[in-house]
Design a protein around this ligand. Structure first.
Ligand code: SAM
Length: 246
């Protein structure tokens, strides 16, 4: 089947500015376009995402990915380490790598083929801080090379909040922050997350609820702070966090 070249992404400079107080550079916009093109072309033979229209991709993948790190977009003076669990096609990890070239990012997924795609895309886009890894969060959390090594962890569309918390808290340094990207944030989510935090050595720092800028979709980001080392009981064995959520 012949490959069709995807259309241009919208620039949306006013929207970036009014919603996040930040704008991408010309070079970053070009990288967004190349990322979009790569995902859409690959999607013709390997299912990575249902979101392929330019405005949709801008809003639901690029904007959404960067909304989660809004607090760091204009402020961080130093290089940070970030792990993105269940990165899929590299979301939110690759947009973050584009705007934060000095950060060290580990993009993790249990599906080898997706990880191969992410690693190749990072190389093509010359995103030097990216390392893509095929593993399960439950295993990575017990590796001495990855446990308690990260300043930030992101996790989007992987599982319910308490499961996500069990995947990411063990990977954070004490003082680090996990960002759980969600749709709606319900009372049930809040209660389950509080329970999980007590077990995992963290606390819910804040939950931000907001709407996406083009279609007003409900979104939230929960920011979890690690306050003490996580017990080595966590994460539990592969599959247990989802079978018996905390
Ligand atoms: N984060 C991406 C996004 O927002 O578009 C992908 C979301 S996709 C719905 C969930 C991904 O999480 C899948 O690619 C799946 O392979 C991965 N995943 C699920 N459980 C995992 C685990 N325990 N460890 C690592 N990856 C996992």
């Amino acid at each position: 089947m012949a490959e069709t070249t995807p259309p241009l992404l919208p620039q949306m400079l006013d929207q970036w500015q009014s919603t996040l107080g930040w704008q991408p550079t010309e070079a970053q916009q070009q990288l967004f376009q190349r990322l979009y093109q790569t995902i859409v072309i690959t999607n013709q033979s390997f299912n990575l995402t249902r979101i392929t229209e330019p405005n949709d991709f801008w809003e639901k993948h690029l904007w959404d990915s960067l909304r989660g790190i809004q607090a760091w977009l204009t402020t961080d003076p130093k290089s940070l380490s970030l792990v993105d669990i269940g990165t899929g096609a590299g979301l939110p990890g690759l947009p973050i790598a584009i705007v934060k070239p000095d950060w060290q990012l580990t993009l993790v997924d249990s599906t080898r083929k997706k990880v191969k795609f992410v690693q190749q895309t990072a190389e093509d886009l010359e995103l030097k801080g990216v390392n893509a890894l095929s593993d399960r969060a439950e295993q990575l959390g017990h590796s001495k090379y990855y446990r308690a090594q990260y300043d930030l962890a992101t996790i989007r569309a992987v599982s319910k909040p308490s499961v996500c918390a069990e995947y990411v808290l063990p990977l954070l340094k004490v003082g680090g922050t996990a960002i759980l990207y969600r749709g709606q944030w319900t009372d049930e989510d809040a209660q389950a997350c509080e329970r999980a935090m007590a077990e995992l050595g963290g606390k819910v720092d804040r939950v931000e609820t907001f709407e996406t800028p083009l279609t007003n979709g409900a979104r939230s980001c929960a920011y979890l702070k690690k306050i003490t080392p996580t017990s080595t009981d966590y994460p539990r064995a592969v599959g247990l966090p989802t079978q018996k959520p905390l």
